[in-house]
Design a protein around this ligand. Structure first.
Ligand code: ACM
Length: 525
């Protein structure tokens, strides 16, 4: 039992800690990503009650579908789901309008007007309606995320928002090869991405430790290559119908799946499954460690290109998005000329199947086909800069995934049990406080498609771990990808970010309570 003076000192320390943490609430709503224009109108809020209908135009099936997704957020156990109707109502309502003449909003922009009389959401296209709904959701108190709880009435502050994204590609990559994640886990990731207006889910479907996608006619890939993972666990793979389900679920939330099969390196699982991919024809043992750079398919065998053709044909047929990613990173087993020969043939195969080629920044060393995208993970290397500038001059475009900023598998601070440190510590500020233009000198904004945060899963075994590594940092990446450069400020952002803690609590998201962020004390409002 401590003496009285120790107790007083302890109390004083506790008080100091709590007042240091209680920052003034930001006056504007804590939206992430911050919209292009946000005006807090003042005046009484809109109050959503059990009688508030969602109104769509007659026959606007996509608006009805997007309204249906909002209904799922607004459903309560005591009052059920609000109605979606096609007729004007006299009561205050939430109206979702598609106006194809609103070119100013682009394919993903929206306008949102909230007053005590009602909510009007206007967009030129369905994706804009969906993003407007995410903003409306973030304007509601976090308790709305408890979908089975009683949470009405809900007050929404009176605002005028006009919004559209800065970049078209706002992504996250999930490595399902080092550890496997089932369909429902991936759907959970899509849900959390969509709340932050992210629109590309890059699935890293193969690596040394696992092959995770069924390829008809090549059952050994999943029978052998799918049966383990880092640490020797059971692994797994997506059947074609699983993959279709992920693609469909993502598309319904305006997220495009970018499938990656990593080639010619990071291929031990394929080599273990298909002996003729090895130059000596001998399949290696499955690999469950975390070394990189030791494997390559045999680039001199035609069997390799027949294999790539089978894989790309299947991915292209099942993927509605424009891109197929073929990796190309960390190939230490091949001389540069062999590597270049392989990449040239691989990208031709992608084009032949009607898709555009994406590769990690090593592929910039090779002459790229028109429409190719280079995913830059090592912008700090002079050699990367040189190669990427050359590729961009020849017509390639760039997605930025700087490993020393937004690799979500790096620890955010040294206290974290999960994560690695080979690219350093990627704190919450690091992931937010950077600018894509200028990151690779000489690459203009017009050549930058956007940003993507990779999550490699050597130390990440469950979807809880995925959440813990992704949040809060992924929210910062979402804002870098969406919001205008002018006005972004870490000091302001961290206060806004703090307000998302209670929402994640309500959603059951396991997030890292970083000391960089002044999380509010107490429960969910
Ligand atoms: C990578 O981190 N090897 C792209």
């Amino acid at each position: 039992m401590p003496g009285p003076s120790r107790l007083i000192a302890l109390l004083a320390a506790l008080l100091a800690a709590s007042s240091a943490r209680s920052q003034p609430a930001p006056s504007a709503p804590a939206l992430i990503p911050m919209p292009l224009q946000l005006e807090v109108v003042g005046g009484p809020p809109f109050v959503f009650t059990s009688r508030t209908p969602l109104v769509v135009e007659p026959g606007d099936a996509e608006a009805r579908r997007v309204a249906g997704l909002l209904v799922e957020v607004l459903r309560t156990s005591d009052e059920g789901a609000p109605p979606v109707v096609e007729a004007e109502t006299t009561t205050p309502s939430v109206r979702l309008l598609t106006q194809s003449t609103r070119d100013d909003l682009g394919a993903e922009g929206y306008q949102l007007s909230v007053s005590a009389q009602g909510v009007t959401l206007t967009a030129a296209a369905p994706a804009g309606l969906f993003y407007g709904v995410q903003t409306l959701r973030q304007l509601m108190p976090p308790r709305v995320e408890y979908t089975a709880a009683r949470h009405r009435p809900l007050a929404v502050p009176a605002v005028e928002v006009t919004d559209r994204p800065r970049f078209a590609w706002r992504g996250m990559m999930l490595d399902v090869a080092r550890h496997f994640f089932g369909v429902e886990d991936v759907e959970r990731v899509v849900d959390l991405m969509a709340l932050y207006k992210l629109n590309r889910l890059h699935l890293h479907l193969s690596d040394d430790q696992g092959w995770r996608i069924e390829i008809p006619g090549r059952p050994a890939l999943t029978e052998v290559g799918g049966r383990t993972e880092v640490g020797g666990g059971p692994g797994g793979f997506y059947t074609t119908s699983d993959y279709d389900r992920i693609v469909r679920y993502a598309a319904e939330r305006f997220v495009t799946v970018v499938p990656e099969v990593d080639l010619p390196g990071h291929t031990n699982a394929a080599l273990a499954s298909v002996p003729e991919l090895n130059c000596d024809g001998v399949a290696p043992e499955p690999y469950t460690g975390i070394r990189v750079g030791f494997s390559s398919v045999c680039v001199d065998r035609e069997a390799t290109y027949a294999f790539v053709d089978d894989v790309v044909r299947e991915l292209a047929a099942r993927t509605p998005g424009d891109e197929v990613h073929l990796g190309g990173d960390e190939v230490r087993e091949l001389p540069p000329t062999d590597y270049a020969r392989f990449v040239a043939r691989a990208q031709a195969i992608v084009r032949r199947h009607g898709k555009r080629f994406v590769g990690w920044d090593e592929v910039a060393e090779v002459d790229l086909a028109p429409g190719a995208t280079v995913q830059v993970w090592r912008p700090q290397l002079a050699s990367t800069g040189q190669a990427v500038r050359r590729a961009v001059d020849a017509g390639a475009r760039v997605v930025l995934s700087p490993s020393d900023r937004i690799y979500l598998d790096m620890k955010a601070d040294s206290s974290m049990v999960l994560g690695l440190t080979w690219a350093g510590l990627n704190g919450v500020r690091d992931a937010y406080d950077w600018e894509p233009v200028g990151m690779v000198e000489g690459v203009p904004e017009t050549a930058i498609r956007g940003v993507e945060a990779p999550l490699w899963t050597e130390t990440v075994g469950t979807v809880r771990d995925v959440e813990f590594m992704a949040f809060p940092r992924l929210a910062g990446v979402a804002e870098v990808g969406w919001s205008p450069r002018a006005g972004r400020s870490w000091d302001e952002y961290r206060l806004r970010l703090a307000q998302h803690g209670p929402r994640w609590t309500a959603l059951g998201v396991s997030f890292f309570r970083s000391p960089e962020v002044p999380w509010p004390l107490g429960g969910v409002e």
